[in-house]
Ligand binder design. Structure first.
Ligand code: Y12
Ligand code: CO
Length: 174
Protein backbone atom coordinates (compact mmCIF):
# COMPACT_ATOMS: atom_id res chain seq x y z
CA UNK A 1 0.00 0.00 0.00
CA UNK A 2 1.26 3.48 -0.90
CA UNK A 3 1.49 5.60 2.26
CA UNK A 4 1.52 9.38 2.62
CA UNK A 5 5.03 10.90 2.82
CA UNK A 6 5.21 13.52 5.58
CA UNK A 7 6.68 16.83 4.47
CA UNK A 8 8.62 19.59 6.19
CA UNK A 9 7.86 21.05 8.76
CA UNK A 10 5.75 18.13 10.08
CA UNK A 11 6.86 17.69 13.74
CA UNK A 12 6.82 13.87 13.40
CA UNK A 13 9.93 14.17 11.18
CA UNK A 14 11.81 15.48 14.24
CA UNK A 15 11.13 12.32 16.27
CA UNK A 16 14.02 9.94 17.04
CA UNK A 17 13.21 6.38 15.94
CA UNK A 18 13.53 3.22 18.05
CA UNK A 19 15.22 -0.09 17.29
CA UNK A 20 13.17 -2.93 15.84
CA UNK A 21 12.99 -5.89 18.23
CA UNK A 22 10.66 -8.26 16.39
CA UNK A 23 11.34 -9.30 12.77
CA UNK A 24 7.83 -10.41 11.91
CA UNK A 25 5.24 -10.06 9.13
CA UNK A 26 4.30 -6.59 10.42
CA UNK A 27 7.87 -5.42 9.73
CA UNK A 28 7.78 -7.07 6.28
CA UNK A 29 4.53 -5.26 5.47
CA UNK A 30 6.11 -1.95 6.56
CA UNK A 31 9.13 -2.60 4.30
CA UNK A 32 6.89 -3.54 1.35
CA UNK A 33 4.79 -0.39 1.84
CA UNK A 34 7.94 1.74 2.08
CA UNK A 35 9.21 0.32 -1.21
CA UNK A 36 5.87 0.88 -2.96
CA UNK A 37 5.73 4.45 -1.61
CA UNK A 38 9.35 5.28 -2.54
CA UNK A 39 8.90 4.03 -6.13
CA UNK A 40 5.53 5.80 -6.51
CA UNK A 41 7.19 9.08 -5.44
CA UNK A 42 10.31 8.60 -7.62
CA UNK A 43 12.63 8.37 -4.61
CA UNK A 44 15.88 6.49 -4.14
CA UNK A 45 15.72 6.33 -0.36
CA UNK A 46 13.11 6.40 2.39
CA UNK A 47 13.15 6.16 6.20
CA UNK A 48 10.15 4.76 8.11
CA UNK A 49 9.63 8.04 9.99
CA UNK A 50 8.85 9.71 6.64
CA UNK A 51 5.64 7.69 6.59
CA UNK A 52 5.07 8.31 10.30
CA UNK A 53 6.55 5.09 11.73
CA UNK A 54 9.21 5.76 14.41
CA UNK A 55 11.30 2.62 13.88
CA UNK A 56 14.95 2.36 12.80
CA UNK A 57 14.10 1.13 9.32
CA UNK A 58 15.33 2.54 6.00
CA UNK A 59 15.42 1.48 2.39
CA UNK A 60 17.69 2.57 -0.46
CA UNK A 61 17.49 1.71 -4.16
CA UNK A 62 20.27 3.41 -6.12
CA UNK A 63 19.71 3.50 -9.91
CA UNK A 64 22.24 1.52 -12.00
CA UNK A 65 25.25 3.56 -13.13
CA UNK A 66 25.08 2.24 -16.72
CA UNK A 67 21.49 3.17 -17.62
CA UNK A 68 20.04 5.00 -14.59
CA UNK A 69 17.43 2.28 -14.16
CA UNK A 70 16.27 1.46 -10.63
CA UNK A 71 15.97 -2.32 -10.21
CA UNK A 72 14.53 -4.12 -7.19
CA UNK A 73 17.48 -6.54 -7.03
CA UNK A 74 19.58 -3.57 -5.85
CA UNK A 75 17.16 -2.68 -3.04
CA UNK A 76 18.79 -2.40 0.39
CA UNK A 77 16.57 -2.83 3.44
CA UNK A 78 18.43 -1.80 6.58
CA UNK A 79 17.01 -2.37 10.06
CA UNK A 80 18.74 -0.83 13.14
CA UNK A 81 21.66 0.48 11.04
CA UNK A 82 24.83 1.78 12.68
CA UNK A 83 27.80 3.51 11.06
CA UNK A 84 30.93 1.93 12.51
CA UNK A 85 33.55 3.79 10.44
CA UNK A 86 33.69 7.11 8.56
CA UNK A 87 36.49 8.43 6.35
CA UNK A 88 37.06 11.59 4.32
CA UNK A 89 34.53 14.19 3.21
CA UNK A 90 32.45 14.69 0.08
CA UNK A 91 29.80 17.13 -1.15
CA UNK A 92 26.60 16.14 -2.96
CA UNK A 93 23.49 18.05 -4.00
CA UNK A 94 20.82 16.18 -2.03
CA UNK A 95 17.07 16.00 -2.32
CA UNK A 96 14.44 14.50 -0.01
CA UNK A 97 10.89 13.26 -0.57
CA UNK A 98 9.92 15.17 2.61
CA UNK A 99 11.22 18.46 1.11
CA UNK A 100 9.99 18.25 -2.51
CA UNK A 101 11.57 20.44 -5.20
CA UNK A 102 14.46 21.59 -2.99
CA UNK A 103 18.01 20.44 -3.61
CA UNK A 104 21.19 21.69 -1.96
CA UNK A 105 24.79 20.66 -1.42
CA UNK A 106 25.54 18.88 1.84
CA UNK A 107 28.89 17.76 3.31
CA UNK A 108 29.08 14.09 4.26
CA UNK A 109 31.71 11.47 5.02
CA UNK A 110 33.08 10.04 1.76
CA UNK A 111 33.46 6.43 2.87
CA UNK A 112 31.48 4.58 5.52
CA UNK A 113 31.11 1.13 6.99
CA UNK A 114 27.61 0.23 8.17
CA UNK A 115 26.25 -2.72 10.11
CA UNK A 116 22.54 -3.48 10.11
CA UNK A 117 20.00 -6.29 10.10
CA UNK A 118 17.93 -7.50 7.15
CA UNK A 119 14.17 -8.13 7.31
CA UNK A 120 14.77 -11.56 8.89
CA UNK A 121 17.11 -10.26 11.61
CA UNK A 122 20.32 -11.51 9.92
CA UNK A 123 23.47 -9.41 10.47
CA UNK A 124 24.70 -7.54 7.38
CA UNK A 125 27.50 -5.08 6.68
CA UNK A 126 28.42 -2.79 3.79
CA UNK A 127 31.48 -0.68 3.10
CA UNK A 128 30.88 2.00 0.45
CA UNK A 129 32.25 5.26 -0.96
CA UNK A 130 29.67 5.71 -3.73
CA UNK A 131 26.27 7.47 -3.84
CA UNK A 132 25.12 4.70 -1.50
CA UNK A 133 27.32 6.20 1.26
CA UNK A 134 25.55 9.56 0.89
CA UNK A 135 22.12 7.93 0.78
CA UNK A 136 22.83 5.91 3.98
CA UNK A 137 23.97 9.04 5.85
CA UNK A 138 20.92 11.01 4.63
CA UNK A 139 18.48 8.23 5.65
CA UNK A 140 20.21 7.60 9.00
CA UNK A 141 19.81 11.30 9.81
CA UNK A 142 16.03 10.80 9.40
CA UNK A 143 16.19 8.07 12.06
CA UNK A 144 17.68 10.65 14.47
CA UNK A 145 14.95 13.15 13.53
CA UNK A 146 17.24 15.25 11.37
CA UNK A 147 16.64 16.61 7.86
CA UNK A 148 19.39 17.56 5.40
CA UNK A 149 18.41 21.26 5.58
CA UNK A 150 19.58 21.22 9.22
CA UNK A 151 23.09 20.53 7.92
CA UNK A 152 23.18 23.64 5.71
CA UNK A 153 25.26 26.69 6.61
CA UNK A 154 23.21 29.44 8.30
CA UNK A 155 22.71 31.66 5.24
CA UNK A 156 21.53 28.81 2.99
CA UNK A 157 19.27 27.58 5.79
CA UNK A 158 17.66 31.03 6.15
CA UNK A 159 17.19 31.26 2.37
CA UNK A 160 15.54 27.84 2.39
CA UNK A 161 13.14 28.81 5.23
CA UNK A 162 12.15 31.98 3.36
CA UNK A 163 11.56 30.16 0.06
CA UNK A 164 9.67 27.33 1.78
CA UNK A 165 7.32 29.71 3.63
CA UNK A 166 6.65 31.59 0.38
CA UNK A 167 5.92 28.31 -1.43
CA UNK A 168 3.58 27.15 1.38
CA UNK A 169 1.66 30.45 1.27
CA UNK A 170 1.28 30.19 -2.52
CA UNK A 171 0.10 26.57 -2.31
CA UNK A 172 -2.57 27.54 0.24
CA UNK A 173 -4.17 29.88 -2.32
CA UNK A 174 -5.12 26.93 -4.54
C1 Y12 B 1 21.60 11.10 -2.43
C2 Y12 B 1 21.01 12.15 -1.80
C3 Y12 B 1 19.86 11.97 -1.05
C4 Y12 B 1 19.30 10.71 -0.95
C5 Y12 B 1 18.08 10.53 -0.14
C6 Y12 B 1 16.89 10.08 -0.94
N1 Y12 B 1 16.30 11.17 -1.63
C7 Y12 B 1 15.33 11.00 -2.55
O1 Y12 B 1 14.96 9.88 -2.82
C8 Y12 B 1 14.72 12.21 -3.13
C9 Y12 B 1 13.89 12.11 -4.16
C10 Y12 B 1 13.05 13.19 -4.68
C11 Y12 B 1 12.19 12.89 -5.73
C12 Y12 B 1 11.31 13.84 -6.19
O2 Y12 B 1 10.40 13.55 -7.18
C13 Y12 B 1 10.74 13.72 -8.52
O3 Y12 B 1 11.82 14.12 -8.85
C14 Y12 B 1 9.69 13.34 -9.49
C15 Y12 B 1 11.26 15.09 -5.61
O4 Y12 B 1 10.24 15.96 -6.04
C16 Y12 B 1 10.44 17.03 -6.83
O5 Y12 B 1 11.52 17.56 -6.90
C17 Y12 B 1 9.24 17.53 -7.53
C18 Y12 B 1 12.12 15.41 -4.59
C19 Y12 B 1 13.02 14.45 -4.10
C20 Y12 B 1 19.89 9.67 -1.60
C21 Y12 B 1 21.05 9.85 -2.33
CO1 CO C 1 15.10 12.40 3.07
Amino acid sequence: MIRKVLTYPDPVLKKASKDVEVFDSKLHLLLDDMYETMIAENGIGLAAIQIGVDLNVLIINIPQEEDGVQIKENLIEAINPQIIKKEGTTVYKEGCLSIPEYYEEVNRAEKIEIVFKDRFGNDKSISTDSLLAIAFQHEMDHLKGMLFVERLPMLKRRKFEKEWKKKSRENKKF
